[in-house]
Design a protein around this ligand. Sequence first.
Ligand SMILES: [Zn+2]
Length: 452
Amino acid sequence: MQEGFLEEPDITDPLIIEQVINATGKGAYRSVKKILEYIIPSYVEKGILDPAIPTIHLRISGDGRNVGRKVKHVMITIALLDDSINICKPNYHYTTILFPGSENYPTLKVAANALTQELQELSNVGIVINNTLWNFEFFFSSDWKFLATCLGFNAANSNNFCPWCEITKNQRGNGQNDWTISKSMSSLNENSTAYPGHKLPPLFNMISLKNHVPDKLHIMLRITDRLWELVLQEIKNEGLFNDITRNIIIKEMENLKIRFEFWNIHGTNNWNYTSLMGDDKLCVLRNFNLTKLFDPERAALIKSLWDGFAELYDLLGEKTTDPQYFRLKAKVWCELFLKKTVIDSKTNTILEQGLYRSSDITPYIHVLVSHVWEFMLIHKRWGLNAFSCSAVEKKNHDHVCYFFKKTLKNGGKFQNKTSAICEILEHENRLLFYTQNNISLSYPKPQYIHIL
Ligand SMILES: [Zn+2]
């Protein structure tokens, strides 16, 4: 399952950045009810929805794409989980909200106001289309930051870091497996500060907390980052992070056909390195020869941790994985992660090598070990792949690259600042027609666009 492992890069084209910054403050909204009125009849026609079982499982997704350093392009979409064949395709995620700006609570609250009102109404009374009263179950999926922001919750580095349980930073050590989803949206609706770390009323308070599903793509990307960081940290602690080691790493990356560089951060002793894209991360995780960096015993220990993680990633994508089996596997993996060094107190020699400390456990690792099995269980009908944000990220990335460049192309002058946003939604309206009628619609890939 390679296709679920894509990560869209930040947008760094200065022309696009300038256009997006110019458009900051201008947003757009397409009515969810109107989109549903348009698409539901065709889903019924195709047999994806059945009026005899009139429940629609609607997934709301959010994505904030970095455009340069200062601004984000934020997109919120809806998609039908019921359409399981198309849930991974960008064209079947319908854009409702679009704006360039910040991905913070006050901005999102204003931008999502019309959407949340419509969702509340759909949740309360449903919607009648062709004499069928449809009701809804809602789901929410995004990366950690977006999800926490929409929940009015702390940042991931806070003492209370988990949106689903009440674990604190110093409780990361033992019994990771005993934390289960313990908070509820109904408690937050009664009192938005019911749990430590919750500061503001959740924006999508009609969606249960169990249906706020973490994105498996980001779980995997960020944990791989952590495992790699820990290896580099260990080399630094040994005082071996020098040119020789850096060259060994670059050579090994070359063997794996991955372009990789280190560069010194000006005026410091710190080094930065190429941030790897999704597929390359997976390749490093599975194939990087750790014996180039460590003695055979150490290399084998770290390798077993990396392999265990790659296995968890595979299991995560399989709809047939037994959640209890995953729970057990994740527990064993976490124990290995936290393996303690055993020292002979008499001779002061190492009897058994250990790995990492509980403070090395990141929020994503906590979620993988403690909550993923539970999400698998709760959402068994759909599988966690159905909540991947990859399609929405791709849609947002491609839209920004294509439409903001296109505005420049039109006459070469900066035009009406809202035009790119409007164009995207006009494009989406056409898309609705084409996807519902099975006509293929494509626009050229961003890299083929040249400015005259
Ligand atoms: Zn938790």
